[in-house]
Design a protein around this ligand. Structure first.
Ligand SMILES: [Zn+2]
Length: 397
């Protein structure tokens, strides 16, 4: 059956640069024009309202109201690179991307974002790592995992009550008098200020635990302090863009998370400081007043090269993760029974699916659709836990 098609470049109500396309069956006079107008109309919605069955039903109803005998209509939305106009498919949560056609990097509303990338090094090092683990490398994949990095100075004033232990010599009586040391508990009120400068990395992906989790985050913080990566130029960006995972967390949301964590860190620092002010061994510190100021002095979007590899050892197939140009091991899977591993990997697939990663990985790693369907049957929370447990820490010789 022939169909009528329409295609428009638009900006959604929430400012995203998109292409909208529609196809309706069967073709009939005036339908293409009507579809085009309909798409311009739909673009007045926000991006999240352009997905799913709802938008399709609305379109179908609108066309029928205009007198078209339409059986079916499909609506598709993609992002539009503001520099080269390429149509870019992103998962719906993505907020920043790098265009694989022209190397432009920016947010989904068309604003440029400078991205920094540490060099990935050579995959030979990862294969060597698999051999050090006593196995033969089977596959080595490179992904660039995004982090927001904040440099902040933190200052907090506090007052606290400290319970501390103090030695007190006590005169005791035996054959001859002597002193023995007893400890007494006392409390004292102290106040002070703490200040420090720090670097805080926040994963820019939802379900970041799939990628090396906390180990990768700490690597980013350490690495940032002695080697800040250069800004990615357009020519360098093009070849690696397909391996760069699109950030799903905005800079603002990440900054909020960073400030929350810095508040906890400052409170810990204040408790330690209060403890040091007690004239004895501090046992308990209770903060009574705590005022915090965090000033974020620098914010950068950085990508960490993350190597995911599998290797064969005996009859088993194992996986591991390494990071950076030196292929520093992050997590290595310990031998698991076949049943255990199947369950855990299925779990990690669902966690991936939930963050929209499944489609990206399926394209890249040519995963069987069956594996994805299988994974979709499992619970999300369990999946996230399983995903991180699929990699148990191991020593690397
Ligand atoms: Zn482009």
């Amino acid at each position: 059956m022939s169909e009528a098609k329409a295609f428009v470049a638009e900006t959604t109500a929430d400012g995203r640069l998109v292409y909208l396309s529609a196809a309706a069956r069967p073709a009939q006079p005036g339908l293409e024009q009507a579809l085009t107008e309909l798409l311009h109309e739909l673009a007045r919605r926000s991006y999240s309202e352009l997905h799913g069955d709802r938008v399709r039903f609305d379109a179908l109803r609108a066309l029928k109201a205009m007198g078209f005998a339409v059986e079916d209509v499909e609506i598709a939305v993609s992002h539009r690179c503001p520099q080269c106009g390429a149509s870019i498919q992103l998962n719906p949560e993505a907020v920043v991307y790098v265009c694989p056609y022209c190397g432009w990097a920016g947010d989904v509303r068309g604003g440029r974002v400078a991205v920094r990338v540490w060099p990935a090094g050579h995959r030979g090092l990862v294969e060597e790592l698999a051999r050090k683990l006593g196995g033969e490398p089977v596959s080595v994949e490179l992904l660039y995992v995004p982090f927001w990095v904040f440099e902040a100075s933190v200052e907090a004033g506090y007052s606290a009550t400290v319970v501390y232990r103090k030695p007190r010599p006590v005169r005791a009586y035996g054959r001859s008098p002597y002193y023995e040391t007893r400890y007494v508990r006392e409390r004292v009120r102290v106040s002070g200020r703490v200040r420090f400068r720090t670097v805080r990395a926040v994963p820019a992906r939802l379900h970041a635990e799939v990628f090396g989790g906390e180990e990768l985050r700490l690597w980013v913080e350490r690495k940032w302090s002695f080697q800040q990566p250069p800004i990615l130029e357009a020519e360098e960006a093009k070849p690696i863009a397909p391996s760069m995972l699109a950030p799903e967390l905005s800079a603002e949301a990440a900054a909020e998370a960073a400030v929350d964590e810095l508040e906890d860190a400052a409170a810990d620092e204040a408790r330690r400081d209060a403890g040091r002010r007690a004239p004895g061994y501090a046992e308990e510190v209770e903060l009574e007043r705590f005022s915090l100021s965090v000033s974020v002095e620098r914010r950068e979007l950085v990508f960490a090269p993350y190597w995911f590899f599998t290797y064969r050892k005996g009859l088993g197939l194992y996986s591991g993760a390494a990071v950076g140009s030196e292929a520093t091991p992050l997590r290595v899977e310990l031998p698991l029974s076949t049943a255990e591993r199947a369950a855990r990997l299925a779990g990690s697939w669902l966690a991936a699916a939930a963050s929209g990663l499944a489609a990206e990985l399926a394209l890249r790693w040519q995963v069987e659709p069956l594996a994805l369907l299988l994974a979709a049957g499992l619970g999300l929370l369990a999946a996230a836990k399983l995903a991180s447990s699929a990699f148990a820490p191991a020593k690397v010789g």
